[in-house]
Design a protein around this ligand. Sequence first.
Ligand code: PEP
Ligand code: MN
Length: 339
Amino acid sequence: MIVVMKSGAARKDRDAVTSRIKELGYTPHIIHGTTRDVIGAVGDERGKSVLQSLESMQGVESVVPILQPYKLASREVKKEASIVRISDTLAIGGKELVVMAGPCSVENEEQILESATAVKKAGAQMLRGGAFKPRTSPYSFQGLEEEGLKLLAKARDLTGLPFVTEVIDPESVELVASYSDMLQIGARNSQNFALLKKVGQIDKPILLKRGMSMTIQEFLMSAEYIMSEGNQSVILCERGIRTFETATRNTLDLSAIPVLKAKTHLPIVIDPSHGTGHYHYIAPMSYAAVAAGADGLIIEVHPDPEKASSDGPQSLKPKKFEALMEKLKLFAAAADKSL
Ligand code: PEP
Ligand code: MN
């Protein structure tokens, strides 16, 4: 249920409503709008009609059911787009198109510092790099783990770029959060509910990737797992889904952008590297994503892709990334975004 407060309702009225929601056994989530606040009352769906009684409370305009199974992520609860803050100077979901770039995996100091310097020079606002790698094969490179996080922090010190990196299990959430500016939940973990709940309890933005066989509704239910634990700073990332097509690694679902924009207030980022699996398809898919309304891109860039420990074929060399960034400005401007 959503409790819509009257515009200009007093703070004490709002507090009384949140207390009553708790008494009724539900969890209140206050969502601040531009003209009024709404309070999402989430919990067991079965007895929700008791919440209707809140309508008679001081300062309450209406109590309406949320029709979608995802509640806090829904546009029904929050009409305006959410802007997720990454640092004092950077946010995703607003006017600025945010490009995150860097290697699939952190391999060594020289590689990550060179990558960070190159993507910064080309105009990226964030660095990406995996320290804990969820590999399909147990025999593939698994990442440098904490050493990789230290190297990412060093690259941030050198360039000023905040970084996003993946966390693959609940036990390492605190460790990864202590170094990084944003935590990534990978496609393979997108329905790891223990992990989703754990990142829902921290105070860091979460880049949630769509699972490779996930419907849009399941994707939003995973976002809901994070948000229902208290962390509202969720950014959705479409990275391609499995279809019968084999010419590309995955099928990048660009229609997910307008569909998600209609269903949720959360920002949307596109990953054309994992979405296609081939470096030469990254630029056209990036332009198309921005034209379709994406709030950001996450792109794999490696100084020497032939020697990369993971995902070399879908990584751009710095020169090609620079050219992409230059042309992307035109698409960003056409989509009313700055870059
Ligand atoms: C990655 O970003 O390197 C990665 C493993 O992505 P995904 O989870 O989308 O496969
Ligand atoms: Mn990768």
